[in-house]
Design a protein. Sequence first.
Length: 426
Amino acid sequence: MDEPGSAEFDTIVAERTSALEGDVRIGGAKNSVLKLMAACLLAEGRHVLTNVPDISDVSLMCELLEAMGVTVTRADHRLVVDVPAELNTEAPYHLVERIRASIVVLGPLLGRFGTARVALPGGDDFGPRPIDMHLRALESLGATFSTAHGDISATAAVLRGTEVVLEYPSVGATENLLMAAVCAKGRTLIVNPAREPEIGDLIEFLNRMGAHVAWTGDRLAVDGVERLAPAGSGDGYAVIPDRIEAATFLAAVGMCGGSVFLRHAVAEHMAMLIRKLTDMGMHIVASEAGLRATATQRLISADVSTLPYPGLATDYMPFLVSMLTTASGVGIVTENIFTGRFRYIDELRRMGADIRTEGHHAVVRGAERLSGAPVRAHDIRAGAALVVAGLAAEGETEVAGADHIDRGYEDLAGKLAGLGAAISRR
Ligand code: EPU
């Protein structure tokens, strides 16, 4: 029989849900675990990661590591990564094109082996996805690059620490640079690094492997070491909770009403979002164990603009736009990170949303009701945002392309159903 996630179960059907109630477990962060898996390449031996979400991007990253000669075993949200002394330092196109985050193997391969060959990732539904900042940063440490036949080949006889200024705090460029710099000779000072919570998780993991990475003010100082060792032995290293999955459930509560406890969600990772949702009329209370989110009235519109952390994450934007479609008033939305990331708006319009776009701005006029329609998920977050919007729409919303959602969510439909949502997977 086909399992959810196969082509036979490619659609999530959501129906209007009046209130969500209960408790939902927020899993490990996709955008952290993928980088921690790449970091394992830095040291021979057995690495153990826990709180690993059961999502298809993790499966793809496992395939990539296995293609390099790593042995990966996965069960019960636990990943055992056995890294041999020698690795095949190539990341082939058929895997890279399926998971763009795979570009983060470049830094660790260069750091440990001084050589790497990685297929160039193409564009995607967000528009072009350049890696120029990754390459410039690694060049500053002494790496040289050449491209041929769609692959980028990197070599470095020796990597030497230096001051590296990132013109923009790119998450991926910071990660690649960090994972090369931990093995470089001397000190690397990263000026204008990304500061997302997932970067903090990577730094913690690298330091547990024996690296010396520390914040000096808003810069990162990396003192290179000769050798790293596996971090997560024994109980393993627990991946931080996924703030974007948490945002998805906050949006669902905001649109449907009700009161839900988001177990393990970390308020300090999402302070700006909590402030915005409070402005919009939600009541959110943080505790050690998680977040309680309550919505008792129609939301109030607000203007929203994405920025690098600690600003409002671009990954929250599709949820915020969904929420604005039924809020009272008009919200002006500005997407500053991925300026081509508005494709889902055409799908929301099919559901009766009143949204006008101009470049990377959108004006969203809240309607009393959305109207369920067949729509398509073009990427992970947009797909999840359409599902959430479907819970607030009259009739049925069929979200096709649910395999995109599976890349970043462990059983989104099942978790929402557990809170009382009228939702199923077909
Ligand atoms: N950019 C460049 N040159 C570069 C690198 C980035 O111009 O060399 C630009 C990008 O085109 C974009 C901006 O800089 O306009 C931000 O890119 P960044 O490098 O910060 O993002 P990323 O590392 O490619 C990660 C997450 C994204 C998340 C962004 C921003 C992973 C696997 N992906 O991407 O998450 O939106 O940071 O926070 O960590 C998702 O989870 O669905 C997702 C897309």
